[in-house]
Design a protein around this ligand. Structure first.
Ligand code: DAH
Length: 343
């Protein structure tokens, strides 16, 4: 016991006399005295050999020793950084730092992901397909035979090397691929990029993004379609938004309807986005045409279904008031970074 106390006094003297100038020397001190295999740990280990009646007193001494070493270490550390500061006057510590530039998600990806997650809540799975398609999946199977006038609604890019290939004009082609490969019940959404031969302007672009949906089962009705889309709109735009359905025409659905929502930009007072009507169209929809079902061997007497398709750019425009489609593909960070953390 006496020997150990003497030993501690010797260590203290040695430590008190230690001088560390460089960062490395301070670190060496830390390892030697305070490290996992350092002296303080070893001395602490002696506690088990101390008779019980002395344990309390000895514990106190050991503790003081530890604090003593720790304080010495802190002093050494402080004086080292001080010397660095004092000696290295070539460095201007008041200079602003270089901020790390962090990328952000594209607004269209944010909105696409939000649309997808709303439909996932309703049990829709996500399906994707090729952007270079054949005529059958893009048109023929969707009840748009070659001479069908409705093909003009979607001006198509054909692939030079093989004119039976085209850039898909809508993601209905993915619906076709799903019906080809799966049996009802089918409940999918198909997000993706589509292409049309349009002159680029604030209101049109030669590519844009869609999310289409398809639900086929027994007893699926137009009421299911309305309720599903109403749920979507409320999740996306809030509870106050109003919806209305207008009869429309799509070759792959019968009956067909377009859905409008009350204009969020002017709160239906009238502006150029809603063309002063108070309403903006956001999607096309309808009950899947029996002919489309039959094209894939799905019994149209047993099964019915609904489908819908919306443009991601349009939804983003209404949500974030982006009024020029070209902004989405210009990659200007001043535009892109405005959407950090908005969804
Ligand atoms: N494919 C249509 C378009 O690109 C949108 C659409 C309308 C999709 C009705 C559908 C639908 O699935 O049922 O304009």
């Amino acid at each position: 016991m006496q020997a150990l106390l003497q030993q501690i006094e010797n260590y203290k003297a040695e430590i008190a006399a230690t001088n560390a100038i460089t960062v490395d020397e301070v670190e060496a001190f830390r390892i030697k005295y305070l490290g996992t295999n350092g002296l303080v740990k070893t001395v602490m280990g002696e506690m088990k050999n101390v008779p019980n009646e002395n344990k309390k007193k000895f514990g106190q001494i050991l503790n003081d020793f530890k604090i003593f070493v720790q304080e010495k270490y802190n002093n050494l550390k402080e004086s080292t950084s001080d010397t660095t500061l004092k000696t290295d006057d070539s460095f201007d510590w008041s200079l602003p730092g270089n901020p790390a530039v962090v990328g952000t998600r594209h607004p269209l990806s944010l909105v696409r992901n939000q649309i997808v997650s709303i439909f996932q809540k309703l049990g829709f799975a996500v399906a994707e397909g090729p952007e270079v398609e054949d005529d059958w999946h893009n048109f023929g199977a969707m009840n748009l035979p070659e001479d069908h006038p409705a093909r003009d609604m979607q001006d198509t890019f054909y692939v030079n090397q093989n004119p039976s290939w085209l850039l898909r004009t809508h993601t209905s082609s993915v619906q076709a691929r799903i019906m080809e490969n799966e049996k009802p019940p089918i409940r999918v959404i198909c997000p993706g990029r589509v292409y049309r031969n349009e002159t680029i302007s604030a209101r049109a672009h030669c590519f844009f993004h869609q999310v289409e949906g398809l639900y086929i089962d027994e007893n699926v009705s137009f009421a299911d379609l309305k309720q599903t889309l109403y749920f979507f709109v409320q999740e996306m735009f809030g509870k106050d938004v109003k919806v209305r359905f207008r009869p429309s025409y799509f070759p792959f659905t019968e009956p067909s309807a377009e859905m409008d929502i009350s204009c969020l930009i002017c709160e239906s007072k009238g502006c150029n986005v809603c063309k002063h009507t108070g309403w903006v169209e956001i999607l096309g929809s309808g009950m899947v045409h029996p002919k489309v079902l039959e094209n894939f061997g799905i019994d149209s007497n047993k099964y019915t279904g609904f489908a819908f398709g919306m443009g991601v750019e349009r939804i983003t425009q209404l949500k974030y008031r982006v009024n020029d489609l070209r902004l989405y593909s210009q990659n200007d960070v001043r535009f892109l970074k405005q959407f950090t953390g908005v969804v």
